[in-house]
Design a protein around this ligand. Structure first.
Ligand code: UTP
Length: 273
């Protein structure tokens, strides 16, 4: 099955990047001459995605605007013979962009849920706004390749992007419990724990902002309302699905940077330079 659709939930407040995010979404910070969000869209395109849905909050409209056609600018670039730049701008013409709003920041799962009516394929990629994998292949390309080889299941299956994180940092991640580790990059997940204390973590394999989830996950989000916390989180939906839906993890190759903090962003700038 060729993956076609991706949802990018980017409606968060970006509190770790305040006060900058008071006026400019952190997804528009530059890496080279492109904003971070363009690298995520390029990542989607690298995996063959043609349909992208941004989940934004009010005030973040500049993000989708970056990808819209700008005929006057394109005409001017043509006149000036800046054809390379023109090509860079026009590559997004091949993608269908869609926007939905998350009116209240009630969690990443709640954001993804806002795109339910837009989802038309059996599986959809989810990319959070901060994590980038620097390496030969993009993170999503690696996930999509692994997903393609999985056995077909009635309820579909999910695959999560994993990184082996330092033990003292497990409390910052969703951590997976895996079945017997054969040493392969692909792992079968048997449990998921959100931000455990290091002494309680079942492993040091953390989930890093990229997923392929089956359509069936969208039926689970509404059931999470009224759980012990008010936020609706993707990890909780996947925990609910564990008994019925195979979940895999894929330990990706490359160096991950978390551009969602000033320190992580600085590292990304240095790596890109
Ligand atoms: P984070 O937990 O990193 O939150 O969200 P954030 O707002 O980006 O940053 P901080 O923690 O306040 O500094 C993970 C992903 O989920 C999205 C975020 O935009 C990010 O891409 N998200 C989170 C939403 O779209 N809506 C939410 O209600 C929460």
């Amino acid at each position: 099955m060729q993956l076609k659709q991706a949802i990018l939930p980017i409606a968060g407040l970006g509190t770790r990047f305040l006060p900058w995010t008071k006026v400019v979404p952190k997804e528009l910070l530059p890496l080279g001459n492109q904003p971070i969000i363009a690298l995520l869209v390029d990542e989607c395109m690298s995996a063959g995605i043609t349909d992208i849905c941004f989940v934004i909050s009010h005030g973040k409209e500049l993000i989708p605007q970056y990808f819209y056609e700008n005929p006057a600018l394109e005409e001017e670039l043509k006149k000036r013979g800046k054809l390379e730049m023109l090509k860079q701008l026009q590559k997004y013409d091949a993608v269908n962009f869609h926007i939905v709003y998350q009116e209240e920041q009630l969690g990443d799962g709640h954001a993804i849920m806002q795109a339910t009516d837009w989802v038309s394929s059996d599986a959809v990629a989810i990319l959070f706004g901060d994590d980038l994998i620097m390496g030969k292949k993009t993170g999503l390309e690696q996930l999509a390749d692994a997903y393609e080889k999985l056995p077909k299941e009635k309820n579909g299956s999910a695959i999560l992007c994993l990184e082996n994180v330092p033990k003292e940092l497990v409390s910052k991640y969703g951590i997976v419990d895996i079945e017997k580790d054969s040493g392969d990059r692909l792992k079968r997940v048997k449990g998921l724990v959100e931000k455990p204390k290091p002494e309680l973590a079942p492993s040091t394999l953390g989930i890093v902002g990229k997923y392929i989830i089956p359509k069936s996950t969208f039926e689970v989000f509404p059931q999470l309302n009224g759980d012990h916390h008010t936020e609706i989180r993707l990890i909780d939906a996947l925990i609910r699905q564990l008994p019925t839906t195979p979940i895999y993890g894929y330990e990706v190759e490359g160096t991950r940077v978390d551009t969602g903090t000033p320190e992580g962003y600085k590292k990304a700038v240095q790596m890109m330079g």
